[in-house]
Design a binder for this molecule. Structure first.
Ligand SMILES: Cc1cc2nc3c(=O)[nH]c(=O)nc-3n(C[C@H](O)[C@H](O)[C@H](O)COP(=O)(O)OP(=O)(O)OC[C@H]3O[C@@H](n4cnc5c(N)ncnc54)[C@H](O)[C@@H]3O)c2cc1C
Length: 393
């Protein structure tokens, strides 16, 4: 048996013993996703056990170093782990902006103290992080941000507002871009800071959405003290870190184009909903659309996998993340359109008795935001045009 084979066997055995049966079922609704954090209420004992066991093994962040709560796996082992999780249709043990957004820049640019303070807590799902980038007049043109951090020696006093903070009211800590030099060119006066959302002067206000829910808040800071030891990298050099984080955010959002582990493939959803003739989906138009969709989905998955291997070999992801983000979010919108076409009356239910009532139309409406969050499609196309195709700006 090769090392790879024995790792696969050990992984399979471990998952068989440790992944509860109820964590091998598709999500019934958004509430089944585990976000962790100080105030998180677990849906079940199984959900908590699944998170705790995966975290103890370092497998909520399989490729992070062991000393920061990771599994220390190489890319081959991480791929095997992913395949084995998919094989048993395991749910993700933890959804986390700490993992998908903050972790990579903290690993690359953070001091040893900051890594020790934050990374293990992220890996264990103890702290829920939120993103403070956008402001009322700084979205696509993010570098125009105006949240003001005045230097008070060992700390800053911060004033201003952020907007579109996803889950701002549920966050424990925020990673945030602030202006620390008011005279410099706009990209050169920004710092990347972190603070506890329970700090004095921090408040949030909900923003209502067309999908009927409000995952967003405005986040207001009024004379909030932020310690200087919570700056990642150098003061006034936060733009580099902000951009690096965005490549990871964009790659994460691109993943919305690929069916989540534990969810049914669209072809199966369609055959369940519409029935078959001799094993073939009845509606030939939908059949063709689904076939095209599933081929495109598989191509995206393989292309992202190839790019990840290149990153592990030292190639920077950079502008390619914009290409993935654009394509992945378009795919997710296509999936949701198809789900609505397939689902007949279920697609018309908005509120009702069971937890899945209203899930489809709300997910469909939510998918429209995919091509805005993390930078709009137009901005991604601009980046692809300039930095990949080399077209004039
Ligand atoms: C679901 C969702 C979740 C989000 N979560 C967060 C979060 O957690 N934290 C956070 O900080 N922000 C978050 N955002 C905000 C998001 O990053 C911004 O909405 C986004 O960057 C666009 O900024 P804007 O809304 O100000 O639009 P604008 O920048 O005002 O853009 C308006 C329109 O103009 C177009 N446009 C602008 N500039 C150009 C250009 N140069 N070339 C071509 N077209 C252009 C845009 O494509 C868009 O169509 C979230 C947004 C959504 C939808």
């Amino acid at each position: 048996m090769t090392d790879t084979d024995s790792f696969r066997q050990e992984t399979r055995d471990w998952l068989e013993t440790n992944c509860p049966e109820s964590m091998r079922q598709p999500y019934r609704n958004e509430a089944d996703a585990c976000w962790g954090g100080r105030n998180y209420k677990f849906q079940s004992e199984d959900q908590k056990n699944w998170l705790d066991r995966m975290a103890a093994k370092g497998w909520t962040v399989p490729t992070w170093p062991v000393e920061y709560g990771g599994g220390g796996l190489n890319s081959e082992q991480a791929k095997i782990l992913k395949q084995e999780l998919n094989r048993i249709k395991a749910r993700k043990p933890l959804e986390s902006f700490g993992i998908s957004m903050l972790g990579p820049p903290l690993l690359k640019f953070g001091s040893e103290e900051l890594k020790q303070q934050h990374l293990p807590a992220i890996a264990r799902g103890e702290i829920r992080w939120v993103q403070g980038y956008s402001e009322p007049n700084a979205g696509s043109d993010l570098a125009s941000l105006q949240m003001r951090a005045d230097d008070m020696g060992d700390h800053f006093i911060v004033n201003g507002s952020k907007v579109w903070t996803s889950y701002g009211n549920l966050g424990d800590w925020m990673f945030c871009l602030v202006r620390t030099d008011f005279e410099a060119k706009k990209h050169e006066g920004i710092s990347f800071v972190m603070f506890d959302m329970t700090s004095e002067g921090v408040s949030t206000r909900p923003i209502k959405l067309i999908s009927g829910k409000s995952p967003f808040t405005e986040t207001l800071l009024e004379n909030t003290r932020v310690e200087k030891n919570q700056v990642i990298g150098e003061i006034n050099k936060g733009w580099t870190i902000a951009k690096y984080l965005l490549t990871h955010e964009r790659e994460m959002i691109a993943g919305s184009g690929i069916a989540a582990s534990g969810s049914l493939p669209l072809s199966k959803v369609a055959t369940n909903a519409m029935g078959t003739d001799n094993g073939i989906l009845r509606n030939s138009f939908i059949r063709a659309d689904i076939a095209r969709f599933e081929i495109d989905e598989r191509c995206l998955e393989l292309t992202i996998e190839r790019a990840r291997d290149e990153v592990k070999a030292g190639v920077s992801l950079g502008a390619v993340a914009s290409m993935f983000k654009y394509y992945g979010t378009e795919l997710n919108k296509r999936r949701n359109e198809l789900q609505m076409s397939i689902s007949g009356q279920d697609a018309l239910v908005w509120d009702g008795e069971t937890s899945r009532d209203g899930y489809l139309p709300k997910a469909w409406l939510r998918s429209k935001g995919n091509s805005i969050e993390g930078g709009t499609s137009e901005i991604q196309l601009n980046i692809v045009a300039k930095r990949i195709l080399g077209l004039p700006g």
